[in-house]
Design a protein. Structure first.
Length: 217
């Protein structure tokens, strides 16, 4: 069968490379791909990024499975659009991808599900975020609510403490990178522990909530 991988990063290259190892896969296309995928003779780059054009291409080439890698098209609903056009797609729908695309929504889900997480609040104006930070002595992290390519978090305890003492203002571009909504997250001091047992699990013990543990294998 033919498979189409959508994206241009190293993650998509790895997915495409692994797919070529399946005896069920005849050809793997990558849209748009990158320099690495262009050098791999088992992969075929396709210079398409438009959502509708991707669906048309998948149908025309009789693509059996489309794999969507990047967060942005997932949040924008590419999987929904592909499936609506009759293309089988692997990846979360826009509704499911919202947990990745919105820090505030992710926090709401964790609180509703009883998942241990640091206290938080959301703001649309810097003044509110600054007041909230002052109440906590500047021990906070500020996150842009939407996707920010790994650049939407400001971790500057010393700066927040200085703001709380001086009462000076803060520009929207500093903590939020221009985002319309930001999430203020309280620091949750704790201890990372590596357990000596099969799987070598790492857990986090919160000092503020000693009975709460967060861990992953």
């Amino acid at each position: 069968m033919k498979v189409l991988v959508i994206g241009n990063g190293g993650r998509e290259h790895a997915l495409a490379w692994k797919l070529t190892q399946s005896p069920k896969v005849q050809r793997v296309y990558v849209a748009p791909g990158n320099g690495g995928t262009a050098l791999d003779n088992r992969l075929h780059n396709v210079a398409i990024t438009d959502f509708n054009a991707l669906a048309d291409y998948a149908l025309a080439e009789k693509i059996v499975l489309t794999v969507v890698g990047p967060e942005a098209p997932l949040v924008a609903g590419l999987v929904d659009g592909l499936e609506a056009a009759g293309v089988l797609a692997f990846g979360p729908t826009a509704a499911a991808a919202r947990i990745e695309g919105s820090k505030a929504f992710a926090k709401e889900v964790m609180v509703a599900a009883g998942i241990p997480t640091a206290d938080y609040a959301t703001f649309t104006e810097p003044a509110g975020a600054l007041a909230w930070a002052r109440q906590r002595g500047g021990q906070v992290v500020v996150k842009a609510d939407g996707l920010a390519a790994g650049k939407g978090v400001v971790v500057r305890p010393s700066q927040w403490r200085a703001w709380s003492r001086s009462g000076s203002g803060v520009s929207t571009s500093e903590p939020a990178r221009g985002a319309s909504t930001v999430a203020g997250v309280a620091n949750m001091p704790g201890t990372l522990r590596r357990h000596a047992r099969p799987g070598n699990k790492v857990s986090f013990r919160s000092h503020a909530h000693p009975r709460r543990r967060c861990g992953r294998p």
